[in-house]
Structures are given as structure tokens and as C-alpha cells.
Design a protein around this ligand. Sequence first.
Ligand SMILES: Cc1cc2nc3c(=O)[nH]c(=O)nc-3n(C[C@H](O)[C@H](O)[C@H](O)COP(=O)(O)OP(=O)(O)OC[C@H]3O[C@@H](n4cnc5c(N)ncnc54)[C@H](O)[C@@H]3O)c2cc1C
Length: 289
Amino acid sequence: MKPARFEYARPTNLVDALILLRDHRDDAAILSGGQSLVPMMNLRVASPQIVIDINSIPDMDEIAIDGSTLQIGARSRHNDVLRSKLVQQHAPLLSMALQNVAHEAIRNRGTLGGSLALADPAAEMPACMVCLGAEIVLRSADGSRSVAAADFFRGIYDTALEPDELITSIRIPVFSADWRFVFHEIARRHGDFALAGLAFGRQYNGEIVQDCRAVFLGVEAFPRRLIEIEQAFIGTNLNDRGTIEKADQLLASSLDCLEGGEYPTEYRLHLAQQLLVRCDSEAFDENRR
Ligand SMILES: Cc1cc2nc3c(=O)[nH]c(=O)nc-3n(C[C@H](O)[C@H](O)[C@H](O)COP(=O)(O)OP(=O)(O)OC[C@H]3O[C@@H](n4cnc5c(N)ncnc54)[C@H](O)[C@@H]3O)c2cc1C
């Protein structure tokens, strides 16, 4: 199928893009990597009157360290983030997770900002951003604001983005060296959207867990930190293997699993339990190294 008729604009600076967005609001769509928008337009799931292509706006794809914050431009391609030495050093969770995002050709065009704006419940980057406590920087013609990733995702394909706003960058705090992050997902084929995944991190003082982060993808409608699960690990000794059994049992009461679709709720819960055991064991091994 071909898309419905639309106007196309390719502004060469951010201000012009924001004015276009302010003037057209819900009738406009931002084109970043186009890996989701273009198929949606071809299927007529999306029929914007105007497409605002942000690919000629300078400085939207920079990756830099600013004090204790890693800053990633919203138009950074998945593969550029994956290969970035700064990301590997300061946010290794992203490098691990991005290896699971789609295929090479899609990662060459798809962008971090596009993935966050789309907010697919099975996407890797939203869950990682919540796990890392990232801030999402938004601009409109009226000014800018920053939204914590934990408040940005609101439901299936639903975010805090207003119709006149654009994601310009993402700010990720750099964690101290006593944190270990791991990422695992289960997909039918490598590169497919995940059936379920888990972004998991623990801070250690020797063998004692000081702090913990656990965020699933593909299991609930949107990513959120599972505080009950995190608390189950905090203060425990890594050698106490009873903790993982307790955390595993808590999952059933903590998770609000997606319903309907191809997979029953019980199956999603089972996948979540498998992922928690896998991540716990790998984080344990990493700390021993
Ligand atoms: C076959 C296939 C497999 C895939 N597998 C995966 C996968 O396993 N995991 C995964 O996470 N993704 C997967 N994707 C999606 C891919 O990662 C996309 O790149 C991503 O979802 C959207 O990024 P994009 O830059 O292409 O955004 P676009 O398609 O350009 O835009 C997507 C949406 O976000 C809006 N938008 C884009 N940029 C901004 C911005 N800066 N500010 C505000 N709104 C914006 C657009 O208006 C549009 O509504 C897959 C895609 C395909 C086609």
C-alpha cells in the first residue's frame, strides 16, 4: 500500500521545525529514522497531513559526556549508540540491549528519539531509560522541559510528549563502578521485537547488594521500576540463594501483565520469571569477576 497524500518539510534548523510543529500539532508527524513511521503511513495506521523530516537539523546526533551525565542526541542512530565508546564505558546497559534491537539495516536508520517517542511496550530503549533513571529533554516553540523517563511512558504507544514537542536529547546519569548492569530478552528470532526482556542492575558492597533496578519490557503496557522486586534484593548477601526464590514469587503479585494477543498472561509471567533468574545469576557472576 502507498501512504495517503501528505506535505513534506525538511527544515534545516530546530526553530523552523518547532514552528512547523506548533502550527500543525496533531496533523504533523516527525520523521527521524522512518523505520516505524513509514510502515505505519504505508499501512495508513498513520496519515499525517505534514511530515517534518528532522534529518537536516544539525547537532541532533551528538553523543557526549557532560560532567557526570551522558548526553545522547535524539537523532542518534541505534548503531551509532551501539558502537559509541562513550556509551560502552558509561552506559553499558544500552550497548547490551541495542544488540537485540531489530537488524543491521534498521539499526542504521532507526534512532533513539524515535524509539522513545513511539513507546512500543516491547522496545528495549524505553525500559533501559527507566532503569538508568534517564531524563528526556523536550523542546517546543515555547521553551524546553525535561521529563524523567519514569514519568514519560504512560501506556501502550502513549507518552508525556505534547503534540507541539520534539525530543531533542536524552540525559543519562553515569553510575559508579560498583554497579553491574545486565540485559536479557526472549524473542522468537534474534532481531524480532521481544516477547519479554529485562534491564537489571545491582550495586554491590562486596557480596552485599546495596541497591537494585529491575525494569521489564514486553510484559506490561509500559516500562516501570518494580520496587517490590528491587527491595527483595537490597541488603541481601549474594550467596543467599533464597532471595531469588522470594523475588521470583513476588513477580506474580507485582506484575500487571499485558492481556490478549498471541500469548496468555501466564506465559508472560513465566518468561518474566525466567528472565529474573537469568539476570540475577549473570549479575552475581559479573560481581565475582
Ligand atoms: C522489522 C522491524 C523490526 C524492529 N525490531 C525492533 C526491536 O526489536 N526493538 C525495537 O526497539 N525496535 C524495533 N523496531 C523499530 C525500530 O527500532 C525503529 O527505529 C524505532 O521504533 C523508531 O525509530 P525511528 O527513528 O525509525 O522513528 P520514526 O519511524 O521516524 O518515528 C517513529 C515515531 O516517533 C515520532 N518521532 C520520531 N522522532 C521523534 C522525536 N525526536 N521527537 C518526537 N517524536 C519523534 C514520529 O513522529 C513517529 O510517530 C523494528 C522495526 C522494524 C521495521
